[in-house]
Structures are given as C-alpha cells and as structure tokens.
Design a protein around this ligand. Structure first.
Ligand code: NAD
Length: 289
C-alpha cells in the first residue's frame, strides 16, 4: 500500500500566495500601509527563539511587517498596552515557551483578544471551548488546514488525539468537535493507548514523545497528523515513527514538512483577518465620503 503524504510545505505555499494578495489589497486601501505583527520574546528558550524567527520569516513572505520585541527593547508588559492601542499593529504573539512562566501568563492576559492571532488569551480559549471559535491556537488550525487541503472528511469520523495541552491537544479537540467528529482525547494517564489509537479514523499525535506511535497502534485506513517536534541526536522527528507507520496507513503528515510549515501561515492568516476587520471598522466610522 502506498500512503498519501500530507505535504505541509505545499499547503503553506498555497496559503502564502492567497495571503500575499490580501495584504496587497490592505496596503492599497485607506491606511496605505502593510499590517504589522508584533512578536514578543523573553528568556533563553531555543524553541521560543525558533518560533519567533519562523514567524518573522513567514510575516515578511506575505508582506506583513514583523515587529520583534524582546527584553532588550523595553519592558514587555508595558509594551502590550501600546501595541493594543496602535492601529497599525494587527496581531500580537508571545513566542512560547517563556523561561518565566508567570511573565508569559501576564503578557498573554493583557493582549486585546481582537489582536490575539495565536489564540492564546483566556477569552479566545473560552470562545473555542464554547464551540464558537474566534482566534485559535495556530498549530490546531494547521491540523485542520492540512486535512481540508487534502479533502479528508472530518464529520462523523472518529478522531483520536494524543495530548491535551492548551496549545495543541485541547484546541484540536474543540475544532474537530465543531466539525462534527467524534473525539477521543488521550493523555499520559490513558490506559491501553493502542486500543484507542487502533480505532481511529483520524489520529492526531501531539504528545512531544519521539516515536510514540508504532505500526501496531494504527489501522490501515487511518489518516495520521503528527504535530510532534522532537529534537533527537539524529535530527527533528515527530511523535510517529514515520519510517514504519507511513507504509501501513492511508495518509500521513511528515516531520519536518507537515504541520510545522503550516503553523506560521495560520498566525499570518489570523493577522490578515484581524487587519481586514480593523479596516472595515475604520471604514464604517469614516462613513460615506
Ligand atoms: P505538552 O508537553 O504541553 O503536552 C503533551 C501532552 O501529551 C500532555 O497532555 C501529555 O499528557 C500527553 N502525553 C505525553 N506523553 C504521552 C504518552 N506517552 N502517552 C499519552 N499521552 C502522552 O506538549 P505540547 O506543547 O502540546 O506539544 C506537543 C508536541 O507538539 C511537542 O512535540 C511540541 O514540540 C509540538 N508542537 C508543535 C507545534 C507546531 O507548530 N507543529 C506547535 C506546538 C507544539
């Protein structure tokens, strides 16, 4: 059996072209300027630095202006108020994880939910949990974007998710539930994980555990989306043992090259949506000229 590859790089390049056009339209509009995306970073986390630089690259690639703020550019907590009030700033992201978890929480709590383009604020998490998503964590959106790009049905399917974090597992569960999947969320305390995963039509791995998913844990008709990004002596690998699982499933996303490249594009898509909404509000306030 040859399984289908869910190619995130290909999906990201389609998304990029669409966003480039939308940013051009915004820049040609009344404001005459490209929207800005503020990316805040604090501490020495390598993962956070990588996320921030991938967001900066993605922003430039669609014509959005990245604004990098770090501990060196001034007190981050105060900068949030300024960014909230600045009409040119469409989106604000705190590149997680922060070394100082408490600071991370205080920063996120202050972001205006209308500029929260990585779905991090309690307000946006609440809307998502209610089944009325507004801005959503980008990795969770990237999972959905991959499935949609390859026309993989979700409604009525049994989706099994490994992981229940606030940034991946939980929001993926909410988004799949909102699309009428039957959702099972597994975690560290789940007994008989393989019994759950073998029954999946869609298997979403977001555990942060290299090679967790092995061929005996899947059925031949499952579609596997691997969110894992794990650094190993042999390089970056996912949560799925790709070499042995890929040949025995219907479709699978690789790591790297699956969810990873789509995630920054989801932040940018939400940034462009925020900018478009702000432009509509501004046009409404100006009234007919
Ligand atoms: P986390 O550590 O916050 O959560 C991991 C979850 O997986 C927990 O709920 C835990 O109970 C569960 N889990 C861990 N080991 C398990 C096991 N053996 N069996 C069952 N459940 C298990 O991690 P996170 O932030 O959700 O990230 C998960 C993975 O996704 C990591 O590899 C991370 O690097 C990656 N990630 C990728 C992106 C992206 O853009 N692709 C973004 C964020 C995180």
């Amino acid at each position: 059996m040859t399984s289908r590859l869910l190619d995130g790089r290909d999906v990201a390049s389609h998304l990029r072209r669409d966003l480039q056009h939308r940013v051009e339209r915004l820049a040609d509009g009344d404001t005459g300027a490209a929207p800005q995306l503020a990316i805040l970073r604090s501490g020495s986390s390598e993962v956070s630095a990588l996320y921030a630089s991938s967001l900066e690259r993605a922003a430039r690639s669609v014509g959005v202006e990245p604004l990098a703020l770090t501990d060196d550019t001034g007190p981050l907590v105060e900068s949030i108020e300024r960014l909230n009030d600045d009409p040119r700033v469409a989106g604000i992201v705190v590149a997680q994880p922060l070394t100082d978890l408490d600071l991370g929480r205080r920063l996120v709590e202050r972001i205006d939910p209308a500029k929260d383009v990585d779905g991090a604020t309690p307000a946006n998490a609440g809307w998502l949990a209610r089944g009325e998503p507004a801005f959503v964590p980008a990795t969770a959106l990237a999972v959905i974007a991959l499935l949609e790009a390859y026309g993989i049905p979700v409604a009525g399917q049994r989706a099994v998710i490994i992981g229940r974090s606030a940034v991946v597992g939980r929001p993926v569960a909410s988004l799949l539930l909102a699309r009428d999947a039957t959702v099972v969320v597994c975690h560290r305390a789940t007994q008989h994980l393989a019994r759950e995963t073998r029954r999946a039509d869609l298997l979403i791995a977001a555990a942060g555990s290299p090679g967790l998913v092995q061929p005996e844990m899947v059925n031949g008709s499952v579609v596997v989306v691997d969110c894992g990004i794990n650094s190993t002596p042999t390089g970056i690998v996912g949560d799925v043992d790709f070499a042995t699982v890929a040949p025995v499933v219907r479709a699978i996303s690789p790591v790297p090259g699956g969810v990873g490249p789509v995630t920054p594009m989801m932040v940018l898509r939400q940034t462009v949506e925020a900018a478009e909404r702000a432009a509509e509000r501004a046009a409404g306030r100006a009234g007919p000229g």
